[in-house]
Write a protein that binds this ligand. Structure first.
Ligand code: NI
Length: 172
């Protein structure tokens, strides 16, 4: 297994829309295993392929972030087919958006259709944390980051802070 490099804002690749997976072959299975390993190592509760530089419609997640069990879920070509209600996801964060936590307005309930890693169709009805994870990761597949869903002022402050942080990083 290989740990993948997680791209961080403002890497333009994070804005690319992803392509649907047509054929769930061995290459895809390897990507899935590497993504899961990378998510647990980070650690995070979810990871979209685009964050690892792969423009395919794949997400992995584990709301328990249980590194011992590594009982993670995989969704291929996921789509939100129904959403309802509103909630505030408190202190949301993202592995690709370092040093920021913010409250994000999200749908309360979502229904997601996808394929599992064996190509079987799945339908998930989610509320609470799972609903937030699915919305956050499916956003990634469309090039959307959670900072797009916070106030313009907070976003500007973050951009400034990030620019400063990157400037002070040594160049190699
Ligand atoms: Ni994220």
């Amino acid at each position: 297994m290989t740990l993948l490099k997680i791209l961080t804002y403002p890497d333009p690749f994070l804005r690319e829309p992803t392509k649907p997976v047509a054929d769930i072959d061995d290459e895809i299975q390897t990507i899935i295993e590497d993504m899961a390993e990378t998510m647990y190592e980070a650690p995070g509760v979810g990871l979209a392929a685009i964050q690892a530089g792969i423009d395919k419609s794949i997400i992995v997640y584990d709301p328990d972030a249980d590194v011992e069990k590594k009982d993670f879920h995989v969704l291929i070509n996921p789509e939100i087919v129904f959403s309802e209600g509103e909630m505030v996801s408190e202190n949301e964060g993202c592995l690709s958006v370092p040093d920021l936590r913010a409250d994000v307005k999200r749908s309360e309930k979502v229904t997601v259709e996808a394929l599992d890693r064996n190509g079987n169709p799945l339908k998930i009805e989610a509320v609470g944390l799972l609903s937030v994870i699915l919305q956050h990761e499916i956003d990634h597949l469309k090039g959307i980051l959670f900072i797009d869903r916070i106030s313009a002022l907070k976003r500007q402050l973050y951009k400034k802070k990030r620019r400063k942080a990157l400037k002070s990083e040594p160049t190699v």
